[in-house]
Design a protein around this ligand. Structure first.
Ligand SMILES: [Mg+2]
Length: 380
């Protein structure tokens, strides 16, 4: 395990933390589970997602696959073109869910304030540790050990005074990293980082920022807010705050996800309706499969579209009964796309599909009226 602090300050400063946040992120999670369970996949480029001839996307890939430029959310066919000898495996969500559950339970041994943001990622507020450990760096090191011992998988951790900085820190030395941003060193840590290290900055925004002359967080932090909002809309304000390390969010404890969704930002903005329909079909298949595996059902189909100019819209439709096949999800989604959005007329940058208001199949039997679960709908 590597531990490195960006600060030259002494450990005594640990007492000056106003908030102690840890972000834990499993390393290449789905791919790491596959490599753990199948010895023949170790040290190989592994792409979790499915058949490269299908229209699916990469869920996760191993570090060996990343060397070829393969990334999450990339179409599988593109991953195949980048690395023809990669091993493509179908996701085993039930296994990932089980491992995730174990990891989250380990985290909750340290505090109740655990916010799980996905199967492989969580924030902890350890300002008041359950057993009174003061040093958040020690807690993070213990967590990494706990996880490795229980799952034979590595995680990276970031320790900082805010959720944003903790997340950027956990990504700083992957895999198996432990990065600490001590109080008072926030700007020293952020300023030299390239803007793409800010969560939410993908290739398109990165290019835009570079074009405006902002390559690092420090440069972005000094940028006039008016210029950023003029060029990037609402995103501008977030970026400006992020580059200065400003984040007031509180860690809010984990709740069962009430939706299943997939979304993808395309490499190029697209006007091609046929392509968008194809993506929806692939999402619908994956979502339906996920629902079957997890025994959940929901009736509200939610479509999310972000246009090239970053306008984001969601459109949803609640069915009278739950969809009986992926084709049904697809048909509703495609109708929403064609009738309720400007896809095909305005270029689309991101497309997402989800089912909201999910409940467990067993729970349904105990519900008095179908309306009770329609009202749980959560939009993307
Ligand atoms: Mg991860």
């Amino acid at each position: 395990m590597r531990a490195r602090s960006k600060s030259a300050r002494s450990e005594k400063d640990a007492g000056r933390w106003t908030k102690k946040i840890i972000h834990v992120d499993m390393d290449a999670f789905f791919a790491a589970v596959e490599q753990r369970d199948h010895a023949e996949l170790r040290a190989k480029p592994v792409v979790v997602g499915g058949d490269p001839r299908s229209r699916g996307v990469v869920s996760t890939c191993s570090y060996e696959a990343r060397k070829f430029g393969i990334r999450s959310a990339m179409p599988l066919s593109q991953a195949y073109r980048l690395c023809r000898h990669a091993v493509f495996v179908k996701p085993r969500f039930e296994v990932y869910r089980e491992v995730s559950c174990r990891v989250m339970n380990l985290l909750r041994q340290h505090t109740d304030l655990v916010e799980s943001v996905s199967l492989d990622e969580a924030y902890l507020d350890v300002s008041r540790h359950r057993f009174g450990i003061e040093d958040p760096v020690l807690i993070a090191a213990l967590i990494k050990q706990n996880i490795l011992a229980a799952t034979r998988l590595t995680a990276s951790a970031g320790v900082a005074g805010s959720m944003f900085l903790a997340k950027v820190a956990s990504d700083y030395q992957k895999p198996d990293g432990l990065t600490v941003v001590r109080p008072g060193t926030e700007n020293d840590f952020l300023n030299p980082l390239p803007v793409r290290k800010i969560p939410g900055v993908g290739p398109v925004i990165e290019k835009k920022l570079l074009g405006m002359g902002y390559a690092t967080c420090g440069e972005l932090a000094a940028a006039p807010l008016r210029r950023l909002t003029a060029e990037l809309g609402r995103h501008g304000e977030y970026l400006s705050r992020a580059a200065r390390g400003l984040d007031e969010r509180e860690v809010s404890p984990w709740t069962e996800p009430k939706q299943s969704s997939l979304e993808e930002t395309f490499d190029k903005d697209t006007l091609d309706l046929e392509f968008l329909r194809g993506r929806l079909r692939a999402y619908a298949e994956e979502i339906y499969e996920d629902l079957l595996k997890t025994g959940r059902v929901g009736r509200t189909i939610v479509l999310k579209v972000k246009y090239a100019d970053f306008r984001l819209i969601t459109r949803s439709q609640t069915l009278t009964r739950e969809p009986a096949c992926s084709e049904e999800i697809y048909r509703v989604a495609a109708a929403l796309l064609e009738e309720k959005t400007r896809a095909g007329k305005d270029a689309v940058r991101l497309l997402g599909l989800g089912i909201a208001g999910l409940v467990n199949r067993e729970e349904i039997r105990t519900l008095k009226t179908p309306d009770m679960f329609a009202s749980q709908g959560i939009l993307l």
